[in-house]
Every structure is written in C-alpha cells, then in structure tokens.
Design a protein around this ligand. Structure first.
Ligand code: AMP
Ligand code: GLY
Length: 416
C-alpha cells in the first residue's frame, strides 16, 4: 500500500510513524513534509494541490491522509480533488470541513442538531460585536475563519475585547470576516477524537491539551504546549454521555445535512457544571494531542484509514493501549507572539525511552536547529499518569536550545 500524508508538523510525523508501524507495512510519502519526517516518508515534489493530486495519480498512491486542515479548504479542496482523481482520501471534503473553517457555520450546525454548546451571536461590524457583547464579561470573541489557532480571544474586560476587535475588524489581521461573540464557558477542557466515515464512528483515546504559554494556564493562547492522553482521562459514564449527546448527534447531523464526512473529527469540549459542551470542531487530529495519542494506538492504522476512506470503519483493526501518554512541547524564544529560527538544538541524542517529534526544526550545518514557534514534542508513556509525567519531563529536560520554553506542569495541572 502506498500512502501520502499531507502536512509538515509534529502531528504529521506522529501519523507517519503510526502508519509506518501498521501491520500492512505501507510505503509512505509526505507533502510538504519536513526533514524529520523524511526519515520515514519520501518527499514529493509538487507545486500546489493540483500538481500534488496529479503526482498521486501518476505514482499509484492508494490513500491520501490529510494531517493539516488548510489543504482541506484550499482551492477546490484536497479531498474533493482526490475524489475526482479516484484516490481514497482520509480527510473530509471542503463542504464538511467548514465545521472547522467557519466558527459560525459550526455554531449554527450545533444549534440545528441540538448539540450542547455556549450561546453565540454572529456579527458583521465592530458596532454589532459591541452590541452583542452587551457589557457582559468575560466574553469570548472568535474570528470566523482559519487563523492558525490565533483567532480566539477570551476577554476578561472591555479593554481586551476592544483590543481584539480592533485587530480583527479594523486592522483586518486575519483578512475580511465576521466575528462570533460567544458565551464564556467554564470548566476543564477535554479533546475527543473520532474516526468518522459514512455515518459510523470510532472514538480514539481522549486527551487534554494545554493551550496557554505559561504554567498554571497563564498567558497567551498557543497551538498547544503539551498534552496528556489516556483511556481513563475521563470516566466511562462521562465518555458515554459525550458520545450520546455530542459525538453521535454530530455524525448523524452530517448525514442529515448531506455533508459526507470521512477522516478524523476533533471535538474540543468544556466539561461545565451543566455537563459537557462543545467549543469547537476541527476536521483533523489535534496537534500536540496526536503526538500523545498515537503511541497508544496499535494494530493496522493504515488499513483502518484506507477502509474508512472507502466508506467503512473496522474498529477491530485497531487496539487502544491501557496506560498514559504525556507530550511536552519545547517552543522557541518569543512564541507565541513571534518565533525564532536557527537556534542550535542540543541533547536530542541523549533522550531514551521517549519519542521525539519535530514540529519546527531543520538541519543546518549538519545539526538540528529551531525553525518555528513550536519546535519539538517529547512524548513518554507509563502505566500511571505519574510515571508518564516524570519520564516525559525528565527526557524533555535533556533537550535544549537558546530561549527554549517548556511548561513543567504538563500532565500535572488539572489532576492534582
Ligand atoms: P478554539 O480555537 O475555539 O478551540 O478556542 C481556543 C481556546 O479558547 C479553547 O481551547 C478554550 O480554552 C478557549 N475558548 C474557546 N471558546 C470558549 C468559550 N466559549 N468559553 C471559554 N473558553 C473558550
Ligand atoms: N491542540 C489544539 C489543536 O490542534 O487545535
């Protein structure tokens, strides 16, 4: 089996590794990939989506796996182009990927299908947004398009709301687009991942990510500074409730709305005092949750995704290990406001008994250097959370580069 994985980050490296460890032993290609990913997957020389799909056709690719969201909604859409070319794609068509690409589309979908979520109003102008906030703080403001995780602000007061609205409505930091004004929900967050195909779903190992840059969940939102995953992260009754109230109605809603969906679907949830509520969908696996979850998945992920892309899910192809997995991110100086490239990374060769995934690195003068905001993910497992936490932090501590940032409370906070 020949598989092409689309994306270039740590999530894609974790996917490539899990696919390459599949019993079916597929041959793996990657676009655009990274130097770290090229250790397991061959690079593809393509220029844009059309030439990529042409390349897949010409090279007998059996399955395209979408790692990153942007390609799903670019041009005609990665999955749509694959379909035209007759190539099975693990990733949804552009129409269904609006669940991630438009916060307002997702909110209206949730409301239409009675899926528990916070109240919200879509607004067009600065004045409409101010009127929708109506002086109630904290409030949550969301730019209605893809913004690489930077389009959401939880605003404690009028000053921070005005600052965000100025950036979005006046400076147009993310381009033209509406703003969703949303009720602020309170509670621990959990990320649930389902593999979805043809109205069926399989729930993967639940995870929690740590979105703020600083310890104690202080400071700016980031793409995620670490994650913890386990089958027992939440108890079985709560998981059953989430499936019944959120996962199943979503999958059924997609069928009812004639939005065929195939691929991973990520449910970002808040466990509020009124029960679990959804704060967002993503049409892909989480990053860095994928790096934490994939080491707990065994069996034949490649065949599972291929069959899923052809319309049927066979959960028997996979096994989800017991135990815990903890992923600690090392970010570069200045992240998330900016990032610094070219800092030399030391200690990678000293890591033992943990996996290292590269989010933003490159090889320079024969050694690894930083090349982005999030740089590396160090992932360790254990029978208990404590064991996985100790190991992940101990191994992450062996790796360093000038200005590196790492949270010491990953896997600890929200448990102790
Ligand atoms: P999103 O990109 O929608 O996941 O939002 C990023 C982060 O903002 C979430 O992980 C939450 O921490 C926070 N957030 C989003 N929506 C809400 C909400 N309605 N209430 C409170 N926090 C939220
Ligand atoms: N870890 C958050 C995300 O992947 O969106």
């Amino acid at each position: 089996m020949k598989i092409l994985v689309v994306g270039k980050g740590g999530r894609e490296q974790a996917l490539v590794r899990a696919l390459s460890e599949s019993g079916s032993k597929p041959e793996i290609f990657c676009f655009p990939g990274s130097e770290a990913i090229f250790e397991l997957a061959k690079p593809v020389d393509a220029d844009g989506l059309h030439s990529l799909v042409e390349w897949m056709k010409g090279n007998g690719i059996d399955l395209c796996v979408a790692g990153e969201e942007s390609y799903l909604v670019k041009d005609e859409g990665l999955a749509n182009l694959c379909e035209l070319a007759g190539i099975p794609c693990w990733g949804p068509p552009k129409e269904a990927a609006q669940l991630e690409a438009s916060k307002e589309f997702a909110k209206v979908f949730m409301q239409r299908h009675g899926i528990p979520t916070g109240g919200a109003t879509g607004t067009e102008t600065l004045e409409e947004a101010r009127a929708a906030i109506a002086g109630v703080y904290p409030t949550v403001l969301k730019f209605d398009g893809l913004a690489a995780g930077k389009g959401v602000a939880v605003c404690a007061d009028e000053a921070s709301a005005e600052e965000f609205l100025h950036e979005v409505c006046t400076e147009r930091r993310f381009g033209a687009g509406r703003v969703l004004v949303e009720e602020c929900l309170v509670g621990p967050e959990v990320s649930i991942f389902a593999a979805v195909s043809g109205g069926e779903y399989v729930v993967f190992t639940p995870a929690r990510d740590y979105k703020r840059i600083g310890e104690g969940d202080e400071g700016a939102n980031t793409g995620g500074m670490g994650a913890v995953a386990s089958r027992v992260l939440i108890d079985a009754d709560l998981l059953a409730r989430i499936e019944k109230e959120i996962v199943k109605p979503t999958v059924d809603g997609l069928v009812k709305d004639e939005l065929p969906y195939c691929g991973f679907l990520y449910f970002g949830l808040m466990l509020t005092a009124d029960g679990p509520k959804i704060i967002e969908y993503n049409c892909r696996f989480g990053d860095p949750e994928c790096q934490a979850v994939m080491p707990l998945v065994s069996g034949d992920l490649a065949t599972f995704c291929l069959e899923g892309a052809k319309g049927s899910l066979n959960a028997d192809l996979l096994a989800f290990d017991e135990g815990w997995s903890v992923c600690v991110i090392l970010a570069s100086a200045g992240y998330p406001a900016s990032s610094r490239s070219g800092d030399q990374i030391s200690g990678l060769g000293d890591v033992e008994g943990a996996r290292v995934y590269h989010s933003g690195t490159k090889i320079q003068d024969g050694g690894w250097v930083t090349n982005g905001g999030r740089v590396l993910a160090v992932v360790a497992g254990g029978e208990s959370r404590e064991e996985a936490v100790e190991k992940a932090h101990a191994e992450a501590g062996k790796v360093d580069f000038p200005g590196s940032q790492r949270r010491a409370d990953i896997g600890r906070m929200h448990f102790e």
